[in-house]
Design a binder for this molecule. Structure first.
Ligand code: CAA
Length: 246
């Protein structure tokens, strides 16, 4: 197995941490970004105590120049990025008629414009080396929409549009580009949904429970494997059967 260099954005969050650990278990060197240094250092130390050695670099993915500097800092520590997981994301849930411009822009900038900001400085190196794996972590709500999430659903649907274009442009360069669309996974983001609303949503999941972050990370590990070279432009739904569109 070849050890690769991976950058997971938002690696400190629930799904992000599970992805970092999955990639490390597969033998890859992993970096993630942070905005809050104290929080990131505490996370890094906790991961180290569990046997995981992750590089951390400062950078806000919603900022074009900041993201470029972040990629350079990660590459200075670990080498050229060969695996990129665009995972960083936020919610600002509210019905559209109450939504402010800032709630719209924050979500689009962090979830979707980040894909440009982080992938743009990484793609040329991947093309030169003729190998790469890029995975967008989208959402079930980019596929089906969600009451209270016009901003989030638009950003997440946009991520897959990005995936399928990038997949076409880079297929000849040994680069695969795919999307993973998680359903409701037990993370801080989902815990922030009011309990009564969350209970109603959970009741709609055929498997009968919320997802575990490791169940998302497992799929990311599958897509970045050397043997997944013929999977590109796909959108893998992992949602306990909550949405089965195809
Ligand atoms: N479908 C139809 N009607 C709905 C509805 C739904 N899904 N949800 C709420 N409503 C209705 C309510 O019944 C209520 O109707 P009445 O006024 O007639 O009683 C009305 O909409 C207002 O609802 P709320 O009282 O809930 O309004 P609010 O302003 O307090 O909250 C909300 C609105 C912010 C959207 C809140 O309902 C909410 O947080 N919903 C959950 C949104 C969600 O699923 N977010 C996912 C976050 S996790 C994530 O994003 C990860 C991922 O990728 C899956």
């Amino acid at each position: 197995m070849t050890s690769r260099v991976a950058l997971v954005t938002g690696g400190i969050g629930g799904i992000g941490t599970a992805i970092c650990r999955q990639l490390a278990r597969s033998g890859h060197k992993v970096a993630t970004n942070y905005r809050d240094e104290a929080k990131a250092k505490a996370w890094q130390a906790a991961q180290k105590a569990d046997g995981f050695d992750f590089a951390i670099v400062h950078g806000d993915v919603s900022d074009t120049a900041g993201a470029e500097a972040m990629v350079k800092a990660a590459e200075a520590q670990l080498g050229g990025i060969e695996i990129l997981i665009n995972n960083a994301g936020i919610t600002r849930d509210t019905t559209f008629h109450k939504m402010s411009a800032l709630q719209w822009q924050d979500v689009i900038n962090t979830n979707l414009n980040s894909c440009f900001n982080v992938t743009r400085p990484v793609i040329e190196g991947m093309r030169e080396r003729k190998w790469g794996r890029i995975v967008q972590i989208s959402s079930i709500n980019g596929q089906k929409g969600q009451y209270g999430q016009a901003n989030y659903a638009a950003s997440k649907a946009g991520m897959h549009g990005f995936t399928i274009s990038l997949a076409q442009e880079n297929a000849k360069f040994g680069i695969t580009v795919n999307t993973v669309s998680p359903g409701y996974v037990l993370t801080e983001m989902v815990r922030a949904v009011p309990e009564d609303v969350r209970a109603k949503i959970a009741a709609q999941i055929p498997v009968g429970r919320l997802g575990d972050p490791d169940e998302i990370a497992y799929a990311v590990g599958f897509l970045i494997d050397e043997r997944a070279a013929w999977i590109t432009g796909a959108n893998l739904s992992i949602n306990g059967g909550h949405y089965m569109g195809w």
